[in-house]
Write a protein that binds this ligand. Structure first.
Ligand code: NAI
Length: 353
């Protein structure tokens, strides 16, 4: 008779699980895009987390290859992975293909663009203690792209504002404020002139504000808001606005905290989030190794937080801030002389410390 087989407790336990990588759609984009995205990938890989990068080509430089700046597979990949890290993409001015960014936001339903701007240690700025968040409506307004020539010399461009989109973005801003311990939401508008469109946006914000009695609410006309931003920016906390104002005001806010090289963003929808810098493809410095990758890096920190990788997000952010505090490896846009590669090495070095 065969002896009964015995199994040890160790054999019974299931084998240790390999950590699963995060699959992320990676869009290098145009101009400085590949440089700043590659820099960010280097930092993320140095964290020890596992990533599977699904690289997708989009932008002005691939039109010849695919006949479009936004091949369908880019959208498919993002919808499958639900997250994308994107470099800037160039858009021709006045003529040519429609903006990849606007099209991507529309096709993926990325209705909210969250753009934080906050002073960083060691970076000289006109004002101390700026720490604000622009929540930009991302799906309509003048970016609907509905334009036509009425008669030669007269062009009509339609501004679309809907109750659904305005209510949704207002709620996003208040939810963001509540979740992130913020105290106030400012709705920015021009309802004194565009009484119907901006009037509707403002009504929606006002209505939503009544559901959030724990968050202060105020309204400000966009021109006054710009003046206030360049005289007393510390008064702002979370700001919510339509697409065009959000585009402009968030660049202005970047200028208050060190420029376009340092501000990241997230384009958020129900099916996917696309993380990208606020800046564009910067053709003037592309290919020279001079680009500041902080904006995409900060966007990747937002991505890590959304993935609940809070400790890693904190580690990357602290490393960036420590490099800034020391001031030795700043890129040219911040008054330093470091190349992209030198800055990235410094950040990776600071992460290990
Ligand atoms: P831009 O943001 O590319 O550049 C403006 C200025 O900021 C330039 O002097 C540039 O050298 C500097 N700059 C921008 N990012 C920098 C960085 N990371 N490090 C150091 N300096 C940086 O704006 P511009 O010139 O108006 O647009 C260029 C192209 O980018 C256009 O085709 C535009 O449509 C596109 N664009 C794309 C965006 C996106 O993909 N999300 C956003 C904004 C513009």
């Amino acid at each position: 008779m065969a002896a009964p087989t015995t199994t040890t407790q160790e054999e019974q336990a299931s084998p240790p699980q390999e950590p699963k990588p995060y699959t992320v759609t990676l869009i290098p984009g145009d101009g400085i895009g590949p440089e700043v995205v590659d820099a960010t990938v280097q930092v993320l890989e140095a964290t020890g987390l596992l990533f599977e990068w699904e690289t997708q080509e989009a932008g002005a430089e691939v039109v010849g290859k695919y006949g479009t700046a936004l091949p369908d597979q880019v959208v498919t990949s993002i919808l499958k992975n639900r997250i994308a890290l994107k470099g800037p993409v160039a858009t021709p001015i006045g003529t040519g293909f429609a903006s990849v960014n606007v099209t991507l936001r529309k096709r993926l339903g990325l209705y909210a663009n969250v753009r934080p701007a906050r002073c960083l240690p060691g970076i000289k700025t006109p004002f101390p203690n700026v720490d604000l968040i622009v929540v930009r409506e991302n799906s309509e307004d003048l970016y609907s792209g509905i334009e036509h020539v009425v008669v030669p010399g007269v062009v009509e461009s339609l501004k679309i504002i809907t109750e659904v989109a305005s209510t949704r973005i207002a709620r996003h801003a208040f939810d963001y404020a509540r979740t992130n311990g913020r105290k106030k939401v400012t709705a920015v508008h021009k309802a004194n002139i565009m009484k119907l469109s901006d009037g509707l946006f403002l009504d929606c914000c006002k209505r939503v504000s009544r559901e959030y009695t724990d968050i202060d609410y105020e309204e400000m006309i966009v021109d006054n808001c710009c003046m206030q931003l360049v005289t007393r920016p510390q008064q702002f906390d979370v700001m919510v606005m339509e697409n065009l104002y959000g585009d402009i005001v968030s660049d202005l806010a970047s200028g208050l905290v060190g420029g376009l090289g340092v501000t990241g963003s997230a384009n958020i929808g129900p099916d996917a989030t696309v993380y990208e810098a606020v800046h564009g493809s910067a053709p003037d410095i592309a290919g020279k190794g001079l680009a500041n990758p902080t904006a995409v890096l900060m966007s990747s920190v937002m991505m890590l937080r959304d993935l609940n990788e809070t400790a890693t997000a904190d580690r990357v952010e602290k490393a960036i801030l420590s490099v800034f505090s020391k001031g030795k490896y700043l890129t040219r846009d911040l008054g330093g002389t470091a190349t992209t590669a030198e800055y990235v090495s410094a950040v990776i070095g600071a992460m290990g410390a």
